[in-house]
Write a protein that binds this ligand. Sequence first.
Ligand code: PEP
Ligand code: MG
Length: 863
Amino acid sequence: MQKTPDFTEITPTAAIENGRHGARAKCLQRLIRLDMPVPLSVALSFQAVRTLAAGGSIDTTGLLRVFGEHPLVSVRPSAETADWGGPGTILNIGMSARMAARLGETIGAPAAEQLYRRFVQAYSVEVARLDGEQFPADQSLSAALRTYEAEMDEPFPEDPAVQLAEVLRSMARAWGGTTARLLRQGRGAPADAGLGLVVQRMALGLGQGECGSGVIQFIDPATGARQITGRYKSQAQGREALDNGEDALFLTRDPRGPSLEERCPPAFEELLEHGRRARVGLREEMQIEFTVEDGPLRILDAVRVPRSARAAVRVAVDLADDGIIPREEALMRVEPSAIAQLLHPQVDPSAPKEVVARGIAASPGAATGRIVFSAKAAQIETTKGEACVLVRHETSPEDVRGMHVAKAVLTERGGVTSHAAVIARGLGVPCVVGASTIRIRSRDKTLVTPAGQVFGEGDIITVDGSTGEVLSGAVDMLVPALDDGFQTFMAWAEEAGDIGVRANADTPADAATARRFHAQGIGLCRTEHMFFEDDQLTVMREMIFADERGDRQAALDRLLPMQRDDFRRLFEIMAGRPVCIRLFDPPLHEFLPKSRDGVRQLAEAMGLPASRITERVEALSEFNPMLGMRGVRLGITVPEIYEMQARAIFEAAVEAGHGGAVVEPEIMIPLVSARREVELVKSRIDATAAAVRNATGANLSYRVGVMVETPRAALRSGEIADHTDFLSFGTNDLTQMTYGLSRDDAGRFMGTYVEQGVYPVDPFHTLDVEGVGELLLLAAERARGTRKDLVLSICGEHGGNAESIAFCRKAGFSYVSCSPYRVPVARLAAAQLAISDRPNREKHTISQWIAQMLRLAPPSHSG
Ligand code: PEP
Ligand code: MG
């Protein structure tokens, strides 16, 4: 292998590569190719920096010779990816008493002395590692030199080659430090990531005439809207204009104060021109660092503008709309997880915050409110117009009404597919679950944090469901905005994707959200969630309590019109798109009251003594409800429930189809483990359909499918497929049963398990491809062996996760179904997967575009 030279002058044709010299060096070369006035720059290779870090040396005298006599330079870090960071830039290397005297003749003695002082201070702190507090900004040069000499027991180095060698060595070593390493690895850098360095001739920013430095960007980093932002400061260097805003100038005319545009119109005009060229040539929105040196402009550096998720989408769309990048590249430029941030309010990353506890980030977004410890209190607070956060050990169906009105939910127990997590995601309510270090004392209504801080009912906290953090008090938020940019971006994603994306939507409100996010249908309607409405819950409880068949039927007869109404609204909202309704799934005891208050209320409603209610609740309680009488087992044992639901679905379909709309409901049977279960339930559904057909004369068509969520259903899918039109994998239960791990209890130890590498990730969040995935593939193969055209899909929470979508796509599933708020995330992930699979995508399209765009770049001022 050819040895990389230690340093290379950055010229338009020099062999500068991201992978050998870093992104900054490469970016500077691009700016130079675009004819920008970049000061002479030299790139040090990763290899050279490694040599320095290991105690070796490079020819700094030779390096400085490139800059001619009496060089004055800066050194900037250049990691392979700009996001990986690096040590801070050091300016003014080469300053000494002699140099100050020489420079004083051209820029004036005070400016020259200031440059020297700045260098002594930076060198002392960054290179000699002396305490920064000993070098305050208002210190004189002689005081800085005295402090250095006293602390180091030697005079300040005057030889530029020695200064540079020490600066380079200290930066090389800083890159190997633990904090820097952890930080960049957290941003995706590999363990052996290299650092390059750029040595650049100083453009002073200090001196006679109009001298100064500034930073300009052409978008608002919060929204992505085209707008010039940044600052300029006279007699300043580097990014000082941003750090010390007091006497900094605006860039464009501004009623709040003077601007560069007014003070120095030619430099401003030139800057705009460079900005335009950088955008087209670098195919990005760049933040440009510049210096004005008694008139002429210098471009020192450019980095990608750091931006919010909303801005990232807007910028990608604008670049594509302006023909600078192809659409497919625009789609590849935004992380799917950024889309999730965009849909919900987020804690402002620049706001101060006090984290009082942590749990599992279960439903994205953040919200602030007063603590309440019960669903009832949540409802009361909400009627008073107060925002509240519902805090529970864990949630159950009883809490759903409270979850509807609460701004956020926090639970002590549970994992990413626990009741609280699933419901909150569906509602789009920020949620943190499994915050196992907090203690909730229901009796005195307090929440105690791990540090012993006590919060009572009514105290204000903020729950950040994107990070899993619980914060004390209110925190500044960034509000979501689904602007035109977002809509366009999602429309492009829809066009590019090649696997369907449906929503898990239980209520008309969910369905409306699903439509807003362009879901292609409903992939799972968990019908039991409809029973949580006040009126339905009471009737439901009466049905459960009924001893006699006739009483049960009477309650079901009252539920029928309510369900029918809900289904009709779903069909209408989805306007002809598929709607897959799952028959009742949870164990009945989930609907029974748990609190003393709840028992009393039900006793009143039913005219029974409270003791009777308690007795019955105890009789219906199950030891392991997830494996007990739920799903199809209930459907077989108490067939009236499914019959009522099937009738409600068919009658709703007839009603919704009156105007000529096509409504073809899909009915799904949950928790199947045997073929016979499907035969029995299907024959009853068919009989109900026949009855509705007879009664209404309508021409009903529908499809019946099975949820594959027990390992046995997966193994026996070949024979189950014989009786169904589709199979949908319920990977929440399937994961639970494959691991033998309760989804509600997993949160207690999941963190430890992942930390210790027992599981690489939480399998309830990212599909376990090796285990559960094998069951999925096997089931798909066996089912297709029976029926080649069988529609396969996934509707567990994994449906919204990019890695899991990749798996489903490879396995040839027709669609994934996830919470409405995750539909856009899933849609983008699906589009990116499809684009990545296109043959020769990178090589062909993008290189063509680059060539074309560079040809279109307008000529520079100087050229
Ligand atoms: C599942 O088990 O994956 C599923 C979608 O159903 P639920 O979460 O309602 O049990
Ligand atoms: Mg399930």
